[in-house]
Design a protein around this ligand. Structure first.
Ligand code: MG
Ligand code: MG
Length: 236
């Protein structure tokens, strides 16, 4: 899983390095394909329930599951890239929201808060803690910064499949839920909205957007619970 995480992280960084005004999300998909293929790995998303691409590219008010295409990024946009790689049957899954050129202070605060909320969730991945400690920590940071937490989509266990039990909500009451044990691996992925928490799915059957049309950010890591504490697997 560490190796799958490493390839995922490398591909996500390469896509992030390519983000600039004028590039299309289909071109960003090509960048991810090249890195994953060069590593001898397989993309985790392509063909998953029929998903047509290697990355999800979700722009501005798109929350998750955006399909790459001919849309050109514009200075001031934010673009959430979610991707996974498979190595020897094990999965990595990671996401990050990038600014396109210079973004507003408000959007930068949204990105910073979403990343901080992920870090707070990761810090709870300690044996003996409870599953909802993660969501409670994410929620406290995100709402404390004045943003809202998407409820309809959640993190998940991950291993030999991309989505395993348990679901990992980004909200909840600390001290509740199953006890975390060393050896569990969880994908923690706060989706944080600038406006209200409501979302809806577009008619393409994939793209999830905010109900109020305001921007949304998404950061994700694959994290192992170990006796030594949280170990983030989706790092280079
Ligand atoms: Mg993901
Ligand atoms: Mg995930």
């Amino acid at each position: 899983m560490r190796e799958a995480g490493r390839v995922t992280a490398r591909a996500l960084r390469a896509v992030g390095d390519a983000v600039r005004p004028g590039i299309t999300t289909a071109e960003l998909d090509d960048v991810a394909v090249a890195v994953i293929e060069a590593a001898g790995a397989k993309p985790a998303f392509k063909g998953y329930h029929g998903f047509p691409a290697t990355i999800c590219a979700s722009r501005n008010c798109e929350v998750v599951h955006g399909i790459p295409g001919k849309i050109r990024l514009v200075e001031g946009d934010i673009i959430s890239i979610d991707m996974g790689a498979i190595v020897d049957g094990y999965f990595g899954d990671s996401a990050r929201t990038f600014g396109v050129g210079k973004i507003s202070d408000e959007l930068q605060r949204l990105l910073d808060a979403t990343r901080s909320s992920l870090e707070a969730g990761i810090a709870q991945c300690v044996p003996g803690h409870r599953l909802y400690d993660i969501g409670a920590a994410v929620q406290a940071v995100a709402e404390g910064a004045g943003f809202s937490v998407v409820r309809e989509y959640v993190g998940h266990g991950i291993g030999r499949a991309m989505h395993e039990e348990p679901q990992v909500p980004n909200y909840g009451v600390a001290g509740k839920g199953p006890v975390l044990m060393a050896g569990m691996v969880l994908a923690i992925e706060p989706m944080i909205n600038l406006g209200g928490s409501g979302v809806r799915q577009l008619n393409d059957g994939w793209t999830v957007v905010t109900a109020d049309g305001k921007p949304s950010a998404h950061f994700e890591h694959t994290v192992a619970v170990t006796e030594q504490g949280p170990r983030v697997l989706t790092l280079e």
